[in-house]
Design a protein around this ligand. Sequence first.
Ligand SMILES: *Cc1c(COP(=O)(O)O)cnc(C)c1O
Length: 398
Amino acid sequence: MNTQEIINLTGKYIANTYNRFSIAITKGKGCRVWDADGKEYLDFVAGLAVCNLGHCHPKVVKAIQEQAEKLIHVSNLYHIELQAQLAELLCKNSFAEKAFFCNSGAEANEAAIKLTRKYFKDKGESRFQIITMEKSFHGRTMATLAATGQKKFQQGFEPLLEKFIYVPFDDVDAVARAITTDTAAIMLEPIQGEGGVNIPSDNYLKDLKALCRGKGLLLIFDEVQVGMGRTGKLFAYEHYDVAPDIMTLAKGLAGGVAIGAMLATDEVAKSFVPGTHASTFGGNPLAAAAGIAAIKAVLEEDMLENCRKVGKYLLEKLYTLKAEYPFIKEVRGKGLIIGMELTIPGAGIVKACMEKGLLINCTSDTILRFIPPLVVTEKDVDEMMGILRKQLSAVSYQ
Ligand SMILES: *Cc1c(COP(=O)(O)O)cnc(C)c1O
């Protein structure tokens, strides 16, 4: 099918929930993708921070191919070797002691929210309230929508699940003021992704942890976007020298295959007993095989080092643009999640870049987000900068 035929078919049969660009991507390799008409693009979106290893990483492809011939799905009625091995890898490389697998970021957060309720029920404490942050994003299911501190996602779906309260990000005092005897947990992205690549001050997460310890609350980190190497460490919390009680993962976890995971300490995870929570597909052999291959690749192929190095290079390049164009308000990031906040809408720039063969993303209307695969090179960054600079110049002449 050519691009127009795919667009027509989508319009006819797919529920209209997405504002899609007028291209259809049919092939990918590393940091490049190709559309149905054969046009090549340099990809600084990486499937929204999913394809951290680059598209179709050979080790993930091989793991999927081999596992597909052996066993694709079996259900959690039985033991699954690869699921247990993936959990071991995640636990051995993090604070966690137990993992629960599901199929998406929202589901991982649902699991975290349910576990929090159960944990306090088991302790005989009636605490239900979870404090989350303004500009946060935790997913689109009813509970995670309520956790998400952005009205625009909630409109039309009220009444929301009760017991979530929102405070400004990077403001410890605001959290302290919001805590009551009803508060169970503080839940946040260590670095906000969808909300505009918001980086906290150095001590913020540590201070939150101290608050949690003082008041007996759980600390939940949603690392669905920033986990799995995106920030230059395997998990973003490692930058801040603080561990949560629960952490959720999804996007970059299995090299592009749908997966979600909720990790927790034994002390908290023990409240999930048989029958309390489940997922039919969660941690099935195919997804687990992809997950194992993906984590091993991140850890063994110097991807974290590359992420830090090229991330720094990209950040410096974007700073130079800030000096040139008055409509660039701020550039901020860590590793390879970088935001460039504009004083004007970013959609036109994204579209113009796409036409010139570069994929970038715009979030929260005015923030250009750069989330390339972690294998991106300085040469790719130079190429990206060439295209971006031209489009920014075009804007300044308008
Ligand atoms: C993308 C995202 C989610 C939701 O993940 P889905 O797989 O779309 O359900 C949750 N939290 C954060 C931080 C995300 O970036």
